[in-house]
Design a protein around this ligand. Structure first.
Ligand code: ADP
Length: 235
C-alpha cells in the first residue's frame, strides 16, 4: 500500500444555497489508507461537503478527482460504482432483512472477507434469523458500515457515524475503522461531532467554518492549536 497515493482530490469546491455560501472554495486531498477527519461547528458546511464529494448535490464550482478520474459531473450512482461508499447520519439498514441478508445487500463481485471476522464480532449471534431492525442502535451502525465495506470500496464517506453511540461503542467503532483501513487499504472521509473520536483515529484533520477550510493538519499539530477552542466554543 502506497500511503502517499492521492485517492481523492477536491479542488475549489463552492456551493451556495440562496445567499448562504455553504462551501466556499474548499480544497483538500485524501491519500490511500488515510483517515481524513472533517470537523467544524454546526452549519459550517460539513454535510454539504460530503454530499458534493459523493455526487448527491451539484457544485457551483470546483472539481472532484477520484482514483485519477474527474468525477465532477458524475452522479452518486456512478461514483459508488467507481468505489465510493457512503453512510448517512441515520443508519440505512433493512429492518426486515436478517443481519446476513443486510450484509449481502449491494454486494457485487468478490468482496474481501478476510478482515470481516474482527468487525463482525460486534454484530453478534444468530445472523441468519435476527432482523436488522431489532439490533440495538450501535450494532445497526456497525452493520451499515460493514455492509458498505463488503462492496470493497476505495473510499468510505461517513457522516457522523458515532452519533448515538456510547463512549465505549465509539472507541470500538474507531478501532473497527482503523483495522479496516489497515487491512483493506481503503481511505476514509469522516465528518464527526465527537472530537475525541476524530483525534483518536484521524491521520489528517480539516477544520471547516463558514464553508471554508480554516486549518488542516495531523491530530498532534492541531491538538493545542488556539483556533480550535475558538472554533468550537459553544459546541
Ligand atoms: P453542517 O453539516 O456543518 O452542519 P451543512 O452543510 O448542513 O452544515 O449546512 C451549511 C449551510 O448551508 C447552513 O447554513 C445550512 O443552513 C445551509 N444549507 C445546507 N443545505 C441546504 C439546503 N438544501 N437548502 C438551503 N440551505 C442549505
Amino acid at each position: 500500500v502506497n500511503r502517499d497515493e492521492v485517492i481523492l482530490e477536491a479542488e475549489g469546491l463552492s456551493r451556495s444555497f440562496g445567499s448562504v455560501k455553504a462551501l466556499d472554495d474548499v480544497s483538500f486531498v485524501v491519500r490511500r489508507a488515510q483517515i481524513h477527519g472533517i470537523v467544524g461547528p454546526n452549519g459550517s458546511g460539513k454535510t454539504t461537503l460530503l454530499n458534493s464529494l459523493s455526487g448527491l448535490i451539484k457544485l457551483d464550482a470546483g472539481t472532484v478527482v477520484f482514483n485519477g478520474k474527474d468525477v465532477s459531473s458524475s452522479g452518486a450512482v456512478q461514483r459508488a460504482r467507481l468505489g465510493m461508499a457512503r453512510t448517512f447520519q441515520a443508519p440505512r439498514i433493512f429492518s426486515d432483512l436478517s443481519v446476513w441478508e443486510n450484509l449481502d445487500v449491494g454486494r457485487g463481485g468478490a468482496a474481501k472477507d478476510g478482515w470481516l471476522g474482527e468487525g463482525l464480532d460486534m454484530v453478534r449471534e444468530e445472523w441468519d434469523s435476527t432482523p436488522g431492525g431489532v439490533l440495538p442502535h450501535a450494532q445497526q451502525r456497525f452493520l451499515e458500515v460493514i455492509r458498505v465495506l463488503r462492496q470493497d470500496p476505495t473510499i468510505l464517506v461517513l457522516d457522523e457515524p458515532a452519533a448515538g453511540l456510547s463512549q465505549l461503542e465509539r472507541k470500538e467503532f474507531g478501532n473497527l475503522l482503523q483495522s479496516v483501513v489497515a487491512a483493506t487499504g481503503a481511505s476514509v472521509v469522516i465528518v464527526e461531532h465527537d472530537l475525541e473520536l476524530v483525534w483518536q483515529i484521524a491521520d489528517v484533520i480539516s477544520v471547516v467554518d463558514s464553508g471554508q477550510v480554516r486549518l488542516s493538519g495531523t491530530p498532534d499539530e492541531l491538538r493545542n492549536h488556539p483556533a480550535i477552542n475558538h472554533l468550537f466554543a459553544g459546541v
